[in-house]
Ligand binder design. Structure first.
Ligand SMILES: [Zn+2]
Length: 276
């Protein structure tokens, strides 16, 4: 994986997509490709797709757990966002193996075209009917879960720290994540919905959003070094969007912790209708 990338429209994306689909099929899912196209920054037409895979359960309160599958062209994108994809795949596999009988349908969405402008998730939300829109209870987003100098960030759903306009219901998602970390003796803190990932289209459509992030170009503070270890004064991921975001750029411990939190929230919402 050292030399390639998973940019949308490339053979690397197709190969990665097949891997994801094979994993999902092996776990008993029936993944479908959601096709779309767009013009990239240099004016080229990109034909690509996202991959959707559903659990059983009622679509009345559909839970969309999403993360982008594509990478930038300059590297293989292992932390950004192979880490989120790995966590989603593992949760999907585990739910199937454990015979979790979801009350609410969980839709795992592996978005394409994120790095070219959040294309896959925007296309998905644009295409939803009014009925599908009102049946989508919430979106959980994961984009970078294993930053080498990372932090346990939870998106600020209640607006208490960043006032970033997340729809009503987003606060409950944030509190669920923060509660999980607190109960497990792990520090965690809020990060803004700055529009930089696939939750943006859901947020703009008024659908409750939440998610996890371990940091990209932000600089770790002294306080964060105390809480999480790592190195103050350095960025959370010095290989962000670079060639060196390869398999060596994975914080395994952090990935495990963040994936645990995502699994917890996914199951919580799969088993009970979210309280507003
Ligand atoms: Zn990303």
């Amino acid at each position: 994986m050292g030399g390639g990338n998973r940019a949308s429209g490339t053979p690397g994306y197709e190969e990665s997509a097949r891997y994801v689909e094979n994993q999902l099929r092996a776990a008993g899912y029936d993944p479908v490709r959601h096709n779309f196209s767009y013009r990239d920054g240099s004016g080229g037409q990109v034909e690509t797709f996202s991959i959707l895979a559903d659990t059983a359960g009622s679509a009345e309160h559909s839970i969309v757990v999403g993360g982008h599958l594509d990478s930038v062209r300059s590297g293989s994108g292992i932390n950004d966002n192979g880490s989120g994809v790995a966590a989603m795949l593992e949760i999907a596999r585990w739910m199937a193996e454990a015979n979790v009988e979801a009350v609410n349908r969980v839709r795992f969405a592996f978005w394409g075209g994120e790095e070219d402008g959040l294309e896959g998730s925007e296309h998905y939300v644009d295409e939803m009917s009014d009925a599908e829109m009102s049946q989508t209870a919430l979106n959980l987003n994961v984009d970078m879960m294993a930053s080498p100098n990372g932090v346990r960030y939870v998106h600020d759903g209640d607006g208490s720290e960043y006032d970033d306009g997340a729809p009503a219901g987003s606060g409950a998602i944030e509190h669920l994540f923060l509660g999980y970390f607190a109960e497990n003796g792990m520090e965690a803190e809020a990060t803004p919905f700055d529009g930089g990932s696939d939750y943006a289209a859901f947020l703009e459509a008024g659908i409750p959003v939440g998610g996890l992030f371990t940091g990209d170009v932000g600089i770790k503070t002294e306080e964060q070094e105390q809480s999480y270890g790592g190195k103050a004064g350095s960025s959370h991921d010095p290989c962000y969007h670079q060639h060196c975001d390869s398999i060596g750029n994975v914080n395994h411990e952090l990935l495990k912790e963040m994936a645990g939190a995502l699994a917890y929230a996914t199951i919580a919402y799969a088993m009970a209708a979210p309280a507003g």
